[in-house]
Design a protein around this ligand. Structure first.
Ligand code: DC
Length: 218
């Protein structure tokens, strides 16, 4: 069994930024499970399937092969043999992912892939249900969160830096909607595992969060 660190939390809490840095510092492999869900969502979008068409989504799971490879130390997501990493962060993909990930069959499809990665390697894995469902015996569990305002501001700054025009209120609304969906779905909702350490990054720098989390790991 590898050494397993689970980081869960809402969208925009900084999980991937922090997990990548902790992975570097500690020599763990960073596993971004949101990217796997996004990979499946791209498969549905490319087939013209809408998130509401649950039966079609479930059927399309049957011929989706999502796999993960590490190239130069970074995670690449392949969908049926094609590297789709560059498309993962599109807004439309994010929206579709949030809606499709409530479907139990979609979650089931990715569960073994996630567990297999953690079985033999030392990983820091981020997502929504890692500490509660995917890796209930993880060595360290973190619930990383931040206020809606902080998360919306970070997203706003990120998009603005990329030269994309965006509206702060719309981003905040979108974040609230995703929280609502992620926290209230029936299968594997986002919640803090009882034995997870709560880290609220609203008033912390990236360095402080990395230091805190790395300090909890072996
Ligand atoms: O972390 P992210 O923004 O890339 O996640 C995209 C969506 O995927 C998010 O709305 C919730 C879903 N997700 C999930 O349900 N379970 C996970 N372990 C990871 C992501």
């Amino acid at each position: 069994m590898g050494y397993n660190v689970a980081i869960d939390g809402p969208a925009g809490a900084g999980k991937s930024t922090i997990a990548k840095l902790v992975a570097e510092k500690k020599g763990f492999i960073y596993v971004d499970t949101g990217a796997m869900y996004r990979g499946l969502a791209i498969h549905f979008l490319d087939r013209g399937i809408k998130a509401e068409e649950t039966e079609k989504v479930i059927e399309a799971c049957g011929d989706a092969d999502v796999s993960i490879r590490y190239e130069d130390g970074t995670q690449q997501v392949y969908l049926n043999g094609t590297n789709i990493t560059g498309r993962l962060r599109d807004e439309a993909v994010g929206r579709m992912t949030s809606k499709c990930s409530v479907i139990p069959e979609v979650r089931e499809k990715l569960l073994d892939l996630q567990r297999d990665l953690a079985k033999t390697q030392d990983v820091i894995m981020d997502g929504r249900d890692i500490g509660t469902c995917v890796l209930p015996d993880a060595d360290v569990k973190i619930y990383l969160t931040a206020s809606v305002e902080t998360r919306a501001k970070r997203r706003y700054d990120e998009l603005t830096a990329k030269g994309e025009s965006c509206d702060f209120d719309e981003i905040a609304r979108d974040i609230k909607e995703r929280d609502e969906r992620d926290m209230n779905r029936e299968t594997a909702p986002l919640k803090k595992a009882e034995d997870a350490v709560l880290v609220d990054s609203s008033d912390m720098t990236i360095e402080e969060v990395v230091h805190t989390i790395a300090g909890l790991c072996r």
